[in-house]
Every structure is written in structure tokens, then in C-alpha cells.
Write a protein that binds this ligand. Structure first.
Ligand code: AMP
Length: 217
């Protein structure tokens, strides 16, 4: 099963991905996570990407093409994958189709997490991340038991550099301009399912599970 999960920043792509992976055991490919790791390790890609990321702008398609090709060069992708936060532009979607065609693979389902922009401000500005185990919390909706400390592994949690109002505004602008055409691209293939992402995590995941169970039949 090969899946894409698409949604505005704060729509819950990371949280849903975690739950999907737990249940269906797919390979998780998050271009955002890959880029953040590259920035942390100060690799060539990281040095090129960090300025775009801090501004909330999209990293150029050529850089994304290279990291995706590199990811496909590892042979674990046959187990089925979940792309999270990719493709973000129509050019990336076309590129992915070409890459998949070459390896005899295809995207089976696109899950679009639908949510109104005004619900995203607290989700994003309150979001905290554990740099060690990746656990996501929110100071407004799901605070950690001890302030500033990850519930799962006890590490100090951090706020992403781009999780502020200024960057969110830019990221939403980019999302509507560039990612809407991606949804339309896959709509034409008839493989998009829309999920109301304003509901609770449990409710959203129940909807996602129904879609995936149908797909597995
Ligand atoms: P995310 O963790 O998916 O919210 O991504 C964080 C940031 O990484 C984005 O705001 C972009 O700057 C960059 N990024 C992640 N994925 C992509 C992509 N597929 N195309 C371009 N930029 C990306």
C-alpha cells in the first residue's frame, strides 16, 4: 500500500502518519523531517534548505528531487510507503509519477486532511516537538505532564523554528498556492479521499482507518 498524506501545516499530517505507521507498518518518508535532519547535520542539502525553511518558503523542487531519488535508492520502499508533506508542488507530483513509473510502483491513495486556516494558529504556535523520539505535543491542547519534558522519553522538548505566526502565514500562503494543484493532479486520477481534520485525533484517525480498510479489501 503506497499512500500520500496532504494537509496544511498543523492539519495533523505528523500525528496521523504516526498512527498509520503503528497500524500498517509502512515506510515513513517525511521530506520535512529529512530536511530538518540535513540542517542539523549541516550537509550540503541542509545548508541550501535552511533559509527557505526558516522563512516558511518551499525548498526548490530540484533539492527535493535529489533527496527523494536518494531515498528510493534504498531498497526498503517495496514494503509500501507513506509520503508525508510530499509532493508539495505540481512539478514534484509529476516528478514522483516518473520516479514511480521507473520502479513499477504507483500511489494507491491520497489522504487530504481538510481544515480551515483559522483553526491552525494555536495548533502551530503551541506545537512542541521532541528532537529525540519525535513525539508531538501542544501547550494548549495536549501539554506534556512536566512542562518542557517529553512524556515518552524524558528529553527536553523544543519548538520548531518555523512554528511562529509570521512563518505560518507564509506557509499557508505557499500551501494554498502550490499544494492545491497537487490535490487536483491526484483528483484527476480518482485517488483522493478528503478527511475533516478539525475533529479530534481519534475521530480523524477513525475516518482514515475506514479509508485504508476499504483499500486493503
Ligand atoms: P513540514 O515538516 O512538512 O511542515 O516541512 C517544513 C518545511 O520544510 C516546509 O515549510 C518547507 O520549507 C520544507 N519542505 C518540506 N517538504 C517540502 C517539499 N516537499 N517541498 C518543498 N519544501 C518542503
Amino acid at each position: 500500500m503506497n499512500l500520500l498524506i496532504i494537509g496544511a501545516p498543523g492539519a495533523g499530517k505528523g500525528t496521523m502518519s504516526e498512527l498509520i505507521l503503528e497500524k500498517y507498518g509502512l515506510i515513513h518518508v517525511s521530506t520535512g523531517d529529512m530536511l530538518r535532519e540535513a540542517v542539523r547535520n549541516e550537509t550540503e542539502v541542509g545548508l541550501k534548505a535552511q533559509d527557505y525553511m526558516n522563512r516558511g518558503a518551499l525548498v526548490p523542487d530540484e533539492i527535493i528531487h535529489d533527496i527523494i531519488l536518494e531515498r528510493f535508492s534504498r531498497d526498503d520502499m517495496d514494503a509500501g510507503f507513506l509520503f508525508d508533506g510530499y509532493p508539495r508542488t505540481e512539478a514534484q507530483a509529476e516528478d514522483l509519477t516518473l520516479i514511480l513509473n521507473e520502479t513499477g510502483k504507483k500511489v494507491d491513495q491520497v489522504i487530504n486532511l481538510d481544515i480551515a486556516d483559522d483553526l491552525l494558529v494555536k495548533r502551530i504556535t503551541g506545537r512542541r516537538l521532541c528532537p529525540k523520539c519525535g513525539d508531538i505535543s501542544n501547550i494548549y491542547f495536549s501539554p506534556t505532564k512536566v512542562e518542557g519534558i517529553c512524556d515518552k522519553c524524558g528529553s527536553e522538548i523544543i519548538q520548531r523554528k518555523d512554528d511562529n505566526l509570521e512563518s505560518l502565514t507564509k506557509r499557508l500562503e505557499e500551501y494554498h498556492k502550490n499544494t492545491q494543484p497537487v490535490i487536483e493532479y491526484y483528483e484527476k486520477m480518482g485517488i483522493v479521499r478528503h478527511v475533516d481534520a478539525s475533529k479530534s485525533v481519534q475521530e480523524v484517525f477513525a475516518d482514515v482507518e475506514n479509508i485504508l480498510e476499504e483499500l486493503c479489501k
